[in-house]
Design a protein around this ligand. Sequence first.
Ligand code: PPS
Length: 311
Amino acid sequence: MLPGARLRLMALKPSYTWHDTFAMPMGFPPSAFKSALEYEPAPGDFFIATYPKCGTTWAQHIVYLIAHRGVPVPATASLGATIPHIEEVGAQAARDLVPPRTIKTHLPFAMAPYSEHARYLHITRNPFDCAVSFYHHTRGFPQHYNFTDGTFEEYFECFLAGEVDFGDYFDHLASWYTLENAANCLFLTYEGMSTDPKAAVLAIGEFMGADLINDEAVLTAVLKHSSFASMSKDQQRWASQRPDGMPAFVRKGRTGDWRNHFSPEQAARLLEKCERRLSSTKYVEQWSQLFDDVRRFLRGDGATTRGTNEH
Ligand code: PPS
């Protein structure tokens, strides 16, 4: 059956606000979205540019911690007030920040505010775990998606077809990948951050112009407060309340949770799309172990890799 036909047969699909053919979460004001597209970055603006569920909040808190010398976002404050999501709150909220500004965006590169005088931290995550995380996100925010009772099977069809908020995962990655060698961009992966958080924090620090290597106390504090255990606490700092019984926003924080959700048929279809869409990128190599694991899963063999950051 063609993917479009499967999608039409689904009983339940998330609801979105559509801007022409681009889907956004319901409740994000259209005026904010439009103003974000028109925002002109000032020299020194620092963007955290990600597809949803790829490590945005983790990176935001690392950047915040570096800028605040290791002091975390207080339990009573919101990270979004310091590092706003521009297409949610609009361009004026970004302009109102005291420079140097840090701004979150999930927009694909072609729509994102760009200047060669701004900097861009791009984080991506393998699409298997991204899809799972995005599913739990979508069912856990009824005000944005009205999908509380949605199943992974239903969500997967939308994800694979690219009919989710912020568009198709692979289109998004391809659009930002055009900047991969640009001096004003740093590309990291969620998996790399999980495997070696210290290296990731040092790389982000260097990109921000902070000398963490000679500041052991700050480096230690940044690592401590950006750990999964720390960020699992006081989650009102990153997200609004979710209904009872829903997983928390900072949920599992693992690589490999896809195995608990995917059927072999779904895994084969997403693997086929990975092979088709990622072949000319470095991610084929970076995620080769994961893709091998998917192939083993399809053959019915056990996993040889486990979550890279078991908590
Ligand atoms: S959003 O809504 O798009 O901004 O979501 P995003 O922050 O990009 O992604 C959320 C996932 O990141 C995990 N997370 C972490 N993993 C490891 N360490 C830390 N500190 C951390 N903070 C957030 C979070 O748990 C979501 O992944 P899943 O797989 O759902 O657990």
